[in-house]
Design a protein around this ligand. Structure first.
Ligand code: AMP
Length: 284
């Protein structure tokens, strides 16, 4: 089923809700790949009526060129969604999502500072835009479960915080990172990489694994430098924005101690594309 209008979507879902089926929701910006589909599969596994949305949210792009260049592959998206057994696609227009207009001033959502560090530091306003659109989508879909990818680790924390702040009765489930054969984390933006660089970018995961495998037994600064050397050997023109070890709840930078789990986070510019990846250490 495809809905473009929220009234139609809500009428359909409220019927389903009354029959007691749980609703699982997977918000996306389209250009779907196996990473997105893995979240739909998680929702299906939980026996949810599964709703996917495709909406390229203008207010989360601080760089208008990135917004213009964002890939649109609707025909193949529909194909993948049908194959995956997704029950509902919500495909709103910009006017449908923002009837009040894009330029309206919106009140900031308190996010414990999670929105202004790391990705938020390089993309001011990005996470406020994400939190706003996800809240609006959640109000329309009213899911029981929200499925999001660990690939965007900070985004999951931001959305959890927004849900906590507004006391929404929704469980957030974070799915594992799905990777290309080389190890490169799948992303809609990967199609903007040249074929040789896309292949070599698998080194980012190899470098993260090198850190994770040695995290509690080697010096952090040496390990970090070795990981950077690995990446620059394969991708000499890469710009490493950050590569750090952080607390899994606050994203504050931490150095390894035996008892604390951590997430190693990185953002790297390659051929004008910002690649994000991360790996968990010491948590089950
Ligand atoms: P996007 O379309 O990039 O906004 O992503 C929609 C959802 O898919 C987000 O929750 C992402 O974290 C998730 N996602 C994106 N890439 C991957 C991946 N490689 N593996 C798992 N989930 C992903």
């Amino acid at each position: 089923m495809l809905f473009k209008k929220s009234d139609d979507l809500q009428a359909f879902l409220s019927n389903k809700r009354q029959s007691g089926v749980p609703i699982g929701f997977v918000p996306t910006m389209g250009a779907l790949h196996k990473g997105h589909i893995s979240l739909i599969e998680l929702s299906k596994k939980k026996k949810c009526l599964t709703v996917c949305s495709i909406f390229i949210n203008p207010i989360q792009f601080n760089d208008p060129k990135d917004f213009e260049k964002y890939p649109v592959t609707l025909v193949s998206d529909l194909d993948l969604l049908i194959q995956s057994g997704c029950d509902v696609l919500y495909l709103p227009s910009v006017d449908e999502m923002y009837p009040e207009g894009l330029q309206t001033t919106r009140e900031n959502i308190p996010l414990r500072g999670l929105d202004t560090i790391l990705e938020g530091a390089s993309r001011p306003g990005h996470f406020q835009g994400v939190a706003f659109v996800v809240k609006r989508l959640l109000e329309r879909v009213q899911p029981d479960f929200l499925f999001m990818g660990q690939k965007d680790f900070q985004q999951v924390l931001v959305v959890r915080e927004m849900i906590h702040h507004f006391k929404l009765p929704i469980r957030v489930i974070s799915g594992p990172i799905i990777r290309e054969e080389t190890g490169l984390a799948m992303s809609s933006r990967n199609i903007r990489l040249s074929a040789p660089v896309r292949k070599k970018a698998g080194v980012i995961y190899a470098a993260l694994k090198h850190i994770a495998d040695n995290y509690y037994i080697r010096s952090w600064s040496e390990l970090r430098q070795e990981a950077i050397d690995m990446i620059l050997k394969e991708l000499p023109d890469a710009g490493i924005d950050y590569l750090l070890s952080a607390d899994i709840h606050t994203l504050k930078e931490i150095t390894p101690t035996q008892d604390s789990p951590a997430v190693i986070l990185t953002a790297i510019w390659v051929e004008g594309v910002r690649l994000l990846d991360n790996i968990l250490v010491g948590s089950k």
